[in-house]
Design a protein around this ligand. Structure first.
Ligand code: PEP
Ligand code: MN
Length: 332
């Protein structure tokens, strides 16, 4: 916002009033066409959010200019998102999304769904179409696995979260998914965003591994503009300089989205760290900073998982964690 001071008024007095409201400002000095000197204050983005009417009422303020919204469709989306029989967001219970990285067999996903649902997990994840760095790595079981997951989810009251990688698969993924995952590698695949949006399902939008928050928000705006009812953001870590963890999990961005922008956001510490021993503590940290849920990979035999075994939790660890995270309370 830009606050213009009435000529002849003390800019210092206005600045004091703005500071008292929690606003940080930078002064810009200029003159209008008649040559009258005037001062304007540019409100810094980390200031408290205050309605423009409140600023207009301050003595000595001539005008308040509000910039056009960069992502108006996103700003209008619901704070709480309906996902199959459940919800994710500010007015919903803390969401625990769990399941294997890749779906491997029907029996395995069914047994895992049964166990996880008893522990308070309400969202079943699992990839049928996998974005793998190497073309020689396992690529996913394809549409058949979606059928297994849907059956298991339905029988245990879970919502289905699964990734769509290509325009060609939107129809089949939308038929089975309650929340369509768009992976980190595709966050800026704008053609895919448009196609997925037209399926009119909520989308779990993972942050690109080198994407700024603004790029992430604008990717969500693409989805909203093209028909997506609501976007749930998923922080999964960004590329860092240190290989000690797979990625750098940016919990500051999570706090910004959840607490300042009021957007639904979940955290994926499995891909964020790449280490199963770090996942539980980062799930707790995610809840403490205001995330609305977590997504953590679980496999009944991580040593033999077809992908991402080293970051997958044993079911008994996930069960205890889901019970703990599902308890009401925390900082939200
Ligand atoms: C996944 O969720 O299994 C996955 C591939 O995640 P990302 O897109 O964050 O790498
Ligand atoms: Mn994975």
């Amino acid at each position: 916002m830009i606050v213009t001071i009435r000529p002849g008024h003390s800019a210092e007095d206005v600045k004091r009033a703005l500071s008292a409201l929690g606003l940080w400002v930078t002064a810009v000095k200029g003159a209008d066409e008649e040559g009258t000197a005037h001062v304007q204050f540019v409100v810094e983005p980390h200031s408290r959010r205050v309605a423009p009417e409140v600023l207009r009422a301050i003595e000595g303020v001539a005008a308040v200019l509000v910039p056009a919204a960069a992502h108006p469709a996103l700003d209008e989306q619901p704070r709480t998102v309906a996902v199959g029989p459940h919800q994710i967001g500010a007015d919903a219970p803390f969401a625990v999304i769990s399941g294997p990285c890749s779906l491997d067999t029907e029996e395995r996903i069914r047994a895992l769904a049964a166990r996880l649902s008893r522990a308070g997990v309400r969202f079943l994840r699992g990839g049928a179409f996998k974005p793998r760095t190497s073309p020689y790595a396992f690529q996913g079981r394809g549409a058949e696995a979606l059928e297994w997951m849907k059956k298991a989810a339905r029988d245990f009251g879970l919502a289905v979260v699964t990734e769509c990688m290509s325009e060609y698969d939107v129809e089949v993924v939308a038929e089975y998914a309650d929340l369509i995952q768009l992976g980190s590698r595709n966050m800026q695949n704008y053609a895919l965003l448009k196609h997925v949006a037209r399926a009119e399902r909520p989308v779990l939008l993972k942050r690109g591994m080198a994407a700024t928050v603004e790029e992430w928000l604008l990717a969500a705006e693409y989805l909203r503009v093209h028909g997506c009812p609501a976007v749930v953001f998923c922080e999964r870590g960004v590329r860092g300089f240190d290989a000690s963890t797979r990625n750098l999990l940016d919990l500051g961005a999570v706090a910004l989205l959840a607490n300042v922008y009021g957007l639904p956001v979940v955290v994926d510490p499995s891909h964020g760290t790449g280490r199963r021993d770090l996942v539980p503590s980062l799930c707790r940290a995610a809840k403490a900073v205001g995330a609305h849920g977590v997504m953590a990979e679980t496999h009944d035999d991580p040593g033999h998982a077809l992908s991402d075994g080293p970051q997958s939790l044993d079911p008994y660890v996930m069960e205890a964690l889901a019970r703990e995270l599902s308890e009401p309370g925390g900082d939200r």
